[in-house]
Design a protein. Structure first.
Length: 202
């Protein structure tokens, strides 16, 4: 699983960037906010990534900050929110703004994003409100323990991998939890994903 790329910014498009890593160009989908943060062509960049695995393709989505990637994972776990809609939301709202909107039930704020109607915005609020903790008073998301966001951990990476392979959230969560119980705390991500896949496929 590719979690980060460090190289030179080769070019950018409306919804993607090409990152040159040792002569290999990686096509990385991105929000307008991330693209603006990358700087100018030819500069050194570091971009956090999420690998989306489907039956007929493997894609990379990139983020200027790790918390944006964490929010992307949360958003794409909501029914009806695919990668394009998640990136549209992250283009319209900073992670801190998004956190506040979800925590306060402000569906109108979330509906500012392209492709997000009132019903979907309400579903996002309903499904994520209990997962993110209280709205932070200020500072970056995750500061001061204000955010109880279940992302960024090995189990979250494993959960994301299973869902990208087509397993439903409940199935993936149950399989990852069972694999964690069996393997214990010292397991690698690869071992965790492999065992979780076997359990989910039963």
């Amino acid at each position: 699983m590719i979690a980060k790329l460090k190289g030179l910014l080769d070019s950018t498009g409306i919804d993607h960037a090409i990152i040159d890593v040792g002569g290999v160009g990686y096509h990385v989908g991105a929000s307008s906010r991330t693209l603006a943060a990358l700087g100018t062509v030819g500069e050194a960049v570091t971009i956090h990534t999420e690998m989306l695995v489907a039956e007929d393709s493997i894609r990379l989505v990139g983020f200027a900050r790790a918390e944006e990637r964490d929010w992307f994972r949360l958003l794409t776990h909501v029914q009806g929110v695919g990668s394009r809609v998640a990136l549209a939301i992250l283009s319209a709202l900073e992670p801190l703004e998004l956190h506040r909107a979800v925590a306060m039930g402000d569906k109108a704020m979330i509906a500012r994003a392209n492709g997000v109607g009132p019903k979907l915005a309400q579903r996002i609020v309903n499904e994520l409100k209990d997962k993110i903790g209280v709205a932070p008073a200020g500072g970056p998301v995750g500061a001061g323990g204000a955010v109880a966001m279940p992302v960024g951990s090995m189990s979250a990476d494993a959960l994301s991998a299973l869902q990208n392979l087509g397993f439903k959230p409940a199935e993936a969560s149950s399989a990852v939890a069972a694999a964690e119980d069996e393997l214990g705390d010292g397991a690698s991500l690869d071992a965790l994903v492999r065992l979780a896949l076997r359990k989910a496929a039963k």
